[in-house]
Design a protein around this ligand. Structure first.
Ligand code: PEP
Length: 247
């Protein structure tokens, strides 16, 4: 049985005052029925992890460098995320792929670095609108999956997030049928590559304009094991509703 996961991606949002949202989330869902991970900006990671210590909310980074340390100004290594209290890290988010020209090979190297440090990697894949219009969604997602995920995947060290680029932050979502088609495709690809045991144990999250109003129906789609949530994870009240809907 795969436990559902609600992962929040705060992106480049949040300062000290927003740490109170973590306390509010804990008050709103003291005994959550799914796994919760919040990925704040790196500046808040350590303090957020301290607030979450001993509770049900885990903390993650939003990316990591593939190297363990060295001359990489502005970057953060996986070991540094662990040192700050993280247990997870998002890699290959489409905003990283676009803004920082991260390739599948770079995402694969980051995933390996995350695993070396003991983190669970949340690897993001997803097509652009032009790619969907050209009926290339499955080819694109399959290619990203093959190129971004290293061989030593397990149900513990890997989570996949299917995030159609055109649905992120737009208020638009694919139909439930379309979400199911891609998630089933990813499940089959994981089973073929890693065998049924591992392939069935890796969680596949949906991301892209998930809100309190659509989380339950998306969460009920075949092979959807939770959500990676951007905007709606910033306010505890909204995110708590999503947690409840996914539980
Ligand atoms: C995301 O950034 O991963 C995301 C899904 O954003 P939003 O929920 O705001 O669309």
């Amino acid at each position: 049985m795969r436990r559902k996961m609600a992962a929040g991606n705060w992106k480049m949002n949040g300062t000290s005052a927003d740490l109170d949202e973590i306390d509010a989330l804990g008050d709103a869902v003291p005994d959550p029925g799914c796994e919760i991970v919040i990925c704040p900006p790196a500046t808040l990671l350590h303090r957020m992890a301290a607030r979450c210590d001993g509770g049900p909310v885990a903390v993650g980074g939003q990316t990591c460098h593939s190297a363990a340390n060295g001359a990489h100004t502005g970057d953060v290594s996986a070991a540094m995320l662990v040192d700050a209290g993280a247990t997870h890290v998002i890699v290959g988010h489409s905003e990283r792929r676009q803004d920082h020209a991260e390739t599948d090979a770079a995402v694969r190297a980051q995933t390996l670095a995350a695993w070396d440090a003991g983190l669970t990697a949340i690897v993001c894949v997803g097509e652009t609108e032009a790619e969907r219009d050209a009926l290339n969604t499955l080819e694109i997602v399959g290619g990203q999956l093959a190129g971004s995920v290293p061989d030593a995947a397990t149900g513990e060290n890997l989570v996949i997030a299917y995030e159609p680029v055109w649905a992120i932050g737009t208020g638009r979502t694919p139909t439930l049928t379309d979400i199911g088609e891609v998630h089933d495709f990813i499940r089959t690809a994981l089973e073929r590559r890693f065998g049924e045991g591992v392939g069935r144990s890796v969680r596949i999250l949906y991301g892209g304009s998930m809100k309190p109003g659509n989380a339950a129906e998306i969460g009920a789609v075949s092979n959807v094991d939770g959500g990676l949530v951007g905007g709606a994870s910033l306010k505890a009240a909204d995110f708590a509703e999503i947690v409840r809907a996914l539980s």
